[in-house]
Design a binder for this molecule. Structure first.
Ligand SMILES: [Zn+2]
Length: 276
């Protein structure tokens, strides 16, 4: 039971401060990492002391492997031989999957702090509630309280026999393709959103929508909710706005068409390749 939760979220440190505590430090959207002969690691408390780094917006995010985890921002890039600042997409390729997920938690939290410095009702400055049980920003004037929030977006793999629907969004680089995705509208269920996005973007109807998995994404506060579905009827007709080309691809045709990564879009495509 002790290892049931790999990570324990917490507003305050769970353990005594330790040299091996993890510190997820960001300069804008880049994470600071140590690179010892090609082996990347997250900054530890001892590194912060040794390098004499000035960290602001410090937040405890919880406990991992009996160490406290913090996130924070630094003002200037530190130029040292063994220090690198990497975009999150590159962090996902260099680090342990779980530490990458904690990186995302840290970035989401820092984004929330930055986007909620002022009250949405009266415009006064907010402050962090002093609490062991909840993380909230409270308005200094009217008391309006804001908690970290998540904006859901769906992503869906649509199967037609032995083929998968892939689309090229005009924002994708290098003529790459992916499965269909889009933000959930206010008041919409995930299933309604899946049906709407596929119909709007490529003009087809689907059935048998099934949950696949989810993945947080910190730009600025998304949660991708993945589904699989089956083709029902209709001809592919790209919307021309976002989707400039879409088609049914067999297993052999997919390789090289998509960006292989830890993203849930990539996971859905790999699920199709493995199971069809
Ligand atoms: Zn207010």
């Amino acid at each position: 039971m002790r290892d049931y939760l790999v990570f324990k979220p917490s507003v305050k440190p769970l353990y005594e401060q330790d040299n091996d505590d993890f510190w997820f430090l960001f300069k804008d959207n880049k994470l600071m990492l140590l690179n010892e002969r090609g082996k990347y690691s997250v900054v530890k408390w001892r590194d912060i002391k040794e390098l004499d780094i000035n960290v602001h917006s410090i937040q405890c995010i919880g406990g991992y492997k009996n160490q406290n985890c913090y996130c924070g921002e630094i003002i200037e890039i530190i130029e040292r031989k063994n220090i690198e600042f990497l975009e999150l997409i590159d962090v996902s390729k260099k680090m342990d999957k779980y530490l990458y997920m904690l990186t995302i938690r840290g970035k989401l939290l820092l984004n929330w702090l930055k986007l909620n410095q002022y009250c949405g009702i009266c415009g006064s400055k907010t402050y962090l509630k002093d609490s062991y049980t909840e993380r909230a920003l409270v308005c200094s004037n009217c008391g309006n309280t804001t908690w970290p929030r998540t904006s859901p977006a769906i992503i869906v793999a649509v199967i037609n026999g032995d083929k998968l629907l892939l689309a090229h969004n005009k924002q994708f680089p290098n003529r790459k393709y992916s499965v269909i995705a889009g933000f959930v509208e206010y008041g919409e269920t995930f299933e309604e959103c899946v049906r709407r996005e596929v119909y709007e973007e490529v003009g087809i109807k689907i059935k048998n929508i099934k949950y696949f998995g989810s993945q947080p994404w910190p730009f600025p506060n998304s949660m991708m909710i993945g589904f699989t579905a089956e083709y029902l009827e209709g001809e592919i007709e790209e919307d021309g706005e976002e989707i400039v080309h879409a088609d049914w691809f067999s297993k052999d045709e997919i390789l090289g068409k998509y960006n292989k990564s830890l993203s849930i879009g990539s996971q859905l495509i790999e699920w199709f390749l493995k199971n069809h």
